[in-house]
Design a protein around this ligand. Structure first.
Ligand code: ZN
Length: 375
């Protein structure tokens, strides 16, 4: 039943994220037909109908097309939940809040709709709010789910765990697991389930450049999660296998592991800054005291009195930085730090954008070094 509720929730959330994107695109006259979140939501609807035999009068109950998805959101969600066979209806009512949600869309004629007040309230919910305007809504949404799960436990310890190259692959055989791996699986089964996928291959390779386990979608054809690595895959390293195991999934790789590598580099610079006296003190993930972790990675108190909020970002498309949600703090400067291999064009795209001018600065690692006074 857990799997059903989880998929049902994803169908609803992806569906509404997709509807929001579709609406926004039509307002801005963007000529793209494909909205990934909508397509995925319809796919989940079709999958659930088939798997759990959700039919009423011979018709599938859950939406399978974009049109049906929009129609569903034009009614209170209780309508569709009431159509479900009793045990599924009961599970959704017990474990989610969807039953009380009123219509999220309102038809205004000619097939056009607007998002209702209830719809905007739903979009204000943290995981939707954080992902609605991101290019890859689904990846960001799932990243948020992982953040929420991390916040339920020992955030700092578990985040470090996921940033560590040793943990991109975990053997199933308990004897072959490290002490930390065994502990995480035991103490945080839900987090573990969200972050890892089962591996059935008999041989696995690690990317020499970033340390991630390489994907092998076709036999002998390897790819890394990070596009940047794909030109240098000939230098892959074989992983010592101990039977079946689990591999870190792409969501964690993108949202936690890669930023983590850049964080380590920044941390070293700040440590050196402390030694030579340009940095008074710094704090990693300062939001941890307020229960908000993913605002900035570092709060740096400079000897000169300047206070820097530093966020490590390793993303391919500068738009992810330009349109990043930011929280500002009075009397501080907001700085994004990106890897040294980012081009001048990339840097200018961010720094010259109206969203950033006068508000945030984007620096490469080498420019951060200069700012901190570290060689
Ligand atoms: Zn790689």
């Amino acid at each position: 039943m857990k799997e059903f509720v989880e998929n049902f929730s994803k169908m609803m959330d992806y569906g509404f994220l997709g509807v929001y994107r579709r609406q926004k695109m039509s307002e801005e006259n963007v000529q793209t037909r494909f909205v990934a979140a909508l397509a995925k939501a319809c796919g989940i609807g079709a999958f659930l109908n088939l798997k759990y035999e959700l039919y009423k009068d011979g018709e599938p109950i859950l939406p399978q097309t974009e049109y049906q998805m929009f129609k569903m959101f034009e009614l209170p969600l209780a309508e569709i939940i009431d159509d479900l066979p009793e045990k599924y209806r009961h599970a959704v009512m017990e474990e989610t809040n969807y039953y009380d949600i009123e219509a999220l869309l309102e038809g205004i004629g000619n097939g056009k709709v607007i998002i209702t007040e209830e719809g905007y309230i739903m979009l204000g919910e943290r995981k939707l709010h954080a992902s609605k305007d991101e290019i890859d809504q689904i990846s960001e949404y799932n990243g948020q789910l992982i953040y929420e799960e991390l916040c339920k436990g020992d955030y700092v310890k578990n985040r470090h765990f996921l940033e560590c190259g040793e943990n991109v692959y975990i053997p199933e055989n308990a004897i072959s697991q490290s002490e930390e791996q065994a502990k995480l699986i035991k103490a945080y089964p839900e987090l573990f389930r969200m972050c890892y996928v089962k591996n059935t291959r008999t041989s696995l390779y690690r990317c020499k450049r970033c340390g991630m386990v390489l994907r092998e979608n076709k036999i002998g054809v390897f790819s890394c999660v990070s596009q940047k690595c794909n030109a240098q895959l000939d230098k892959k390293i074989e992983i010592e296998m101990h039977g079946p195991g689990w591999v870190m999934n792409d969501i964690v790789a993108r949202n936690i592991y890669y930023p983590g590598q850049l964080e380590q580099t920044i941390k070293k610079i700040l440590e050196t800054g402390k030694e030579i006296g340009t940095v008074e003190q710094y704090e990693l993930w300062p939001g941890k005291h307020e229960g908000i972790y993913d605002t900035w990675d570092f709060k740096v108190q400079m000897n000169s009195g300047r206070i820097l909020l530093v966020d490590a970002k390793d993303v391919e498309n500068p738009h992810w930085i330009i349109n990043d949600k930011r929280e500002f703090l009075e009397g501080t400067e907001f700085i994004y730090v990106v890897p040294d291999d980012k081009s001048k064009i990339y840097m200018n795209q961010v720094n010259d954008h109206t969203n950033c001018v006068g508000k945030v600065q984007c620096l490469r690692v080498k420019e951060l070094k200069k700012l901190i006074g570290v060689k």
